[in-house]
Write a protein that binds this ligand. Structure first.
Ligand code: ADP
Length: 440
């Protein structure tokens, strides 16, 4: 910021200086040109008088600061101090003007030197014309040499540099000294809205951090509780078996229970790991082009044994549709939805999975003819560890994390999840993927 202020202030200073200098030189130049013409006019008068008294020899005796040309009535050269006697001079503007009106002047390129020169011509009594010329460069050189402006230029350059630096420092230092905690000293009233915004943002960040911390604490407490239940059962069964006076029948039964509880522990830990990875958005494979329809077929295939055991029929509809997504994550999401649709279904029920696409979005639908979710639970089932019927869910091996994974996975894909459910009739969950390339 200091640099920008310094640069801009300095540039403005330089620009003003350049404009002033140009104007000064412009004015000086026109003034000097006028003065030079006056001097030329006077010199000419002097030369004319001299010629009238002592003829052309007078011209030869003049110093060589000006070029002197004496031109006859027909334009031919009678005398030229630079010795060029060739061309017809009457075509030059100042000469033509002099023949016509008695005097003439012009600034143009000299034929001899090729440099810019000023000419003044006067008609004499005998009808001839006397012309004096002087190079313009000489005028400029004289102008620059005498002018103190160059020194002023250097001085102003230094002064404006120092001032710009000080101005930049003076503006920036109080901003850097602002105490964001107390807001006590606002150096400029214009900064108040910005500081308010910073304060607002700070509060929001603190609030969000607080909420996150609260959620994390709640989640840890829930995790501990959820892990403790199966472990307590396992420990209990093992303790009983360790006494040695458990009948072989009971040993088999307890072993089955221990196996079931440990499977639950493994599912829980797997789901917790998946959720943490989603929370951190870490270690997730990159999004790639993939076919959602093929994914539905894969999940249906993998869950067919489970569905068969419950006498449930899985139907996959729709056709090839591509999105940009993480295959592994989408597999988890669809697996959880289809698994729920089987778990919370009636024997002989149906699960329909479908993909639909139009120009705005691509939708993935998992629908069942199962027990449904009462309206008051519909929002909450996406919360971690939330179950409508806790014991039923635990009985059938649910972790209460499946729909949380679906929700977070959808968020990772910028997709939305919507649910329609009627108790006793069934549930329909739709994941809506936006089409990014569609202009909104
Ligand atoms: P769970 O592991 O318990 O199935 P989820 O997060 O997958 O956990 O689901 C949360 C709760 O939502 C479930 O316990 C169940 O009560 C309810 N639920 C989920 N899907 C369905 C469905 N298709 N039909 C009826 N209830 C469902």
């Amino acid at each position: 910021m200091t640099k920008t202020i310094f640069r801009n202030t300095f540039l403005v200073g330089m620009l003003v200086l350049a404009i002033c200098t140009l104007m000064f030189f412009g004015l000086q130049y026109t003034q000097t040109i006028d003065e030079t013409y006056d001097a030329l006019r006077q010199e000419t008068s002097y030369a004319v008088t001299g010629m009238e008294l002592s003829g052309v020899e007078f011209l030869e005796g003049l110093d060589d600061s000006s070029r002197v040309t004496w031109i006859d009535r027909d334009g031919s050269v009678l005398y030229d101090s630079e010795g060029s006697l060739s061309t017809d001079q009457s075509s030059y503007a100042e000469v033509a003007e002099a023949f016509e009106d008695g005097e003439g002047k012009e600034t143009r390129k000299s034929d001899i030197s090729g440099r810019q020169a000023m000419y003044y011509a006067r008609l004499l009594d005998d009808g001839t014309v006397l012309r004096l010329g002087r190079p313009v460069a000489a005028v400029m050189e004289a102008l620059i040499a005498v002018s103190p402006v160059l020194w002023v230029f250097v001085l102003v350059l230094i002064i404006s540099g120092v001032l710009a630096f000080r101005a930049a420092k003076q503006i920036v230092t109080p901003i850097n000294d602002i105490d964001l905690e107390s807001h006590a000293s606002i150096p400029y009233p214009e900064l108040a809205p910005l500081l308010d915004k910073i304060e607002e943002q700070k509060m929001m960040i603190q609030e969000e951090a607080g909420q996150r911390e609260e959620m994390r604490r709640e989640f840890s407490a829930n995790v501990t509780h959820e892990l403790k239940t199966p472990l307590t059962s396992i420990s209990g069964f093992a303790e009983l078996m360790a006494t040695g006076d458990v009948s072989p029948d009971k040993v088999t039964e307890f072993s089955k229970d221990i196996y079931k509880e440990s499977q639950r522990l493994i599912s829980l830990i797997n789901d917790i790991i998946k959720l943490s990875r989603l929370d951190e958005e870490a270690d997730l494979p990159p999004k790639k082009d993939m076919d959602l329809h093929e994914l539905l077929l894969r999940v249906a295939d993998d869950l067919k044994p489970v569905a068969g055991r419950n006498n449930i029929f899985i139907d996959v509809k729709g056709e090839e549709v591509h999105i940009n997504g993480v295959d592994q994550l989408l597999y988890e999401m669809v697996y959880n939805l289809c698994d729920n649709a089987i778990k919370y279904n009636y024997p002989g029920g149906k699960v329909i999975m479908e993909t639909l696409t139009d120009e705005k979005s691509t939708r993935l639908i998992v629908e069942d003819t199962g027990i449904g979710i009462p309206p008051e639970h519909q929002k909450r089932v996406f919360e971690r560890f939330y179950r409508v019927d806790r014991s039923h869910s635990q009985e059938i091996g649910g972790t209460g994390l499946g729909l949380s994974i679906v929700k977070h996975g959808a968020m990772y894909h910028d997709a939305e999840v919507s649910m329609e459910s009627t108790p006793g009739k069934g549930t329909r969950i739709t994941i809506i993927f936006p089409k990014k390339d569609v202009e909104k």
